[in-house]
Design a protein around this ligand. Structure first.
Ligand code: FMN
Length: 244
């Protein structure tokens, strides 16, 4: 039987991070995001405490307004906004179809860093998604066809049977066009109106520097893609500090 942890036994880390001051903050959210993602990628290559540097949690709301969250991988990264791929008829795809508002979170605990984004998603152009699709390993392309993401399935064996069937339908010739892109396999680009850079510091006195798009409001206005400017336009963003 497990017993609750006593306050003394809870593992506490004091964040030895260097923090993030206004003097070192990049001029635009894009430049800061690109820098931190590159540093996390580098850390993943050189240390063993960052395993999946591009894992990002994506929060959506369902038709009743209830939140939902899951992790995906960042597959696109440019000043228009970070992007991921998923199935348009998955739970997240249907939720985003009903309400494009999204919140997302990248976190690198070993680096005492996190990035929070709030905005809307838009569909990534099909040619960009197709180019990325053809770079994926054969097995991943087959799995995308085999999985009706988020739908119930009776057993793992059922899924494996579907994979075997699809391998017969689309044999592996080692070519990028061996398997067509499923119609429901979409790219989603996050167009933020708010980007927060969080840097952990000792004694919980962390840094939080937040870029807010000029003119971005909450509520219905937040769904308007026009209020979600390029991440690399310095005139489009205001910077503020929030309490930790
Ligand atoms: C590290 C990690 C990476 C993942 N990457 C993706 C991804 O890029 N795309 C995706 O659709 N699901 C990805 N998943 C699975 C999702 O977390 C989730 O199970 C799936 O998308 C179904 O979510 P939904 O039912 O809310 O739509 C990943 C999971 C983990 C833990």
């Amino acid at each position: 039987m497990s017993t609750p942890d006593s306050p003394q036994s809870v593992l506490r880390h004091d964040y030895a991070g260097e923090g993030l001051g206004e003097d070192r903050l990049a001029d635009t959210p894009w430049q800061q995001l690109e820098r931190w993602v590159a540093e996390a990628d580098e850390r993943a290559r050189t240390a063993d405490d960052v395993y999946e540097p591009r894992a990002i949690s994506i929060a959506t709301v369902d038709a009743s307004g209830a939140p939902n969250v899951r992790t995906v991988l960042l597959r696109f990264l440019d000043p228009r906004g970070p992007g991921f791929v998923s199935s348009s008829d998955s739970a997240k795809g249907l939720e985003l179809g009903g309400d494009p508002r999204v919140a997302a979170n990248l976190v690198w605990p070993a680096m005492f860093r996190a990035v929070r984004l709030r905005g809307v998603v838009e569909r990534i152009e099909e040619d960009e998604v197709a180019a990325y699709w053809s770079s994926r390993p054969y097995g991943s392309r087959i799995s995308a066809w085999a999985s009706h993401q988020s739908a119930p399935v009776g057993s793992r064996a059922e899924l494996e049977e579907r994979v075997a069937e699809l391998e017969r339908r689309y044999p592996d010739h080692g070519r990028p066009d061996d398997v067509p892109v499923p119609e429901t396999w979409w790219g989603y680009r996050i167009r933020p109106h708010e980007v927060e850079f969080w840097a952990g510091r000792p004694s919980r006195l962390h840094d939080r520097l937040v870029f807010t798009a000029v003119g971005a409001g909450g509520g219905a206005a937040a769904q308007d893609v026009d209020l979600h400017p390029s991440l690399d336009d310095p005139a489009a963003w205001l910077v503020g500090r929030r309490q930790p």
